[in-house]
Design a protein around this ligand. Structure first.
Ligand code: PEP
Length: 256
């Protein structure tokens, strides 16, 4: 983390878990545990149907509510979809884009993620853009090449004045939901490489303002070491975000 130049952001990704009544239980349990977190921004990226209740329950807290996806077109005949403008209108600030599960199960490509990122920024939402390599790509030592391509594709057409609104989440696919975490060195290496790519595109000053998270089985046991890395400015947390005590412990790790 480098708190001087950029925000530390701990974001929970609830995925397709928690009905509104279960969301209430989890938030009620979480709120008192994180009352003192002051150094980092905390975001809960909840299912669409939980956004309203989460906002209501969190309105007097420092926790922000985010979404997990949005459509790439501004509006129109896209049955079942949710637009960036709709999210903005209800006060959502962050939206996860290009999560590896959406890339794998919904066929999201780098080009589509770029379209969504441009629309999110234009609408006033902060995209949390997920990038990450497969185990096969890591074994073939292709990690940095793959990530560089994903970062460049996501940022195509993003003007420098919008860059600091973009958050990257480095999420190695082999570490998501598997209990297998990247080592702190692996997370740091990729974080530093992402920043170097951004620096080449936008210059050093702009690059140092971008928050780069790590995600992939982050938990209370590994958070301190991961978050101590210079280019790991927070976490995107799946499984552990569903347990109030674990999520609060990760937030505490980010506040040390
Ligand atoms: C995620 O879904 O973004 C994630 C990092 O999940 P987990 O923490 O469960 O690996």
């Amino acid at each position: 983390m480098n708190r001087r130049y950029r925000k530390t952001i701990i974001a929970g990704n609830w995925k397709m878990n928690k009905s509104p009544s279960e969301a209430r239980e989890l938030i009620d349990a979480l709120k008192p545990l994180i009352a003192k977190a002051k150094w980092c921004e905390v975001v809960l990226c909840v299912p669409f149907v939980d956004i309203a209740i989460a906002q209501r329950l969190l309105k007097d807290s420092r926790i922000t509510v985010g979404a997990q996806n949005m459509h790439h077109e501004p509006s129109g005949a896209y049955t079942g979809e949710v637009s960036a403008a709709m999210l903005k209108d209800i006060g959502v600030k962050y939206v996860i884009l290009g999560h590896s599960e959406r890339r794998a199960y919904c066929g999201e490509t780098d080009a589509l993620v770029n379209k969504k990122a441009l629309l999110a920024l234009q609408t006033g939402l902060r995209p949390i853009v997920c990038v990450g390599e497969s185990l096969e790509q890591r074994d073939q030592e292709l990690t940095l090449d793959v990530i560089t391509l994903q970062v460049k594709a996501a940022l195509a057409g993003v003007p420098v004045e919008k860059l600091r609104q973009v958050v990257f989440a480095y999420e190695p696919i082999w570490a998501i939901g598997t209990g297998r975490t990247a080592t702190a060195e692996q997370a740091a290496e990729v974080g530093t490489s992402i920043r170097a790519t951004i620096r080449k595109l936008y210059g050093a000053r702009a690059a140092r303002s971008v928050t780069i998270q790590y995600g992939g089985s982050m938990n209370p046991g590994n958070a301190v070491e991961l978050l101590a890395q210079l280019d790991v400015d927070g976490g995107l947390i799946g499984g552990a975000a569903l347990k109030a005590a674990d999520f609060a412990a990760i937030i505490q790790a980010a506040n040390q």
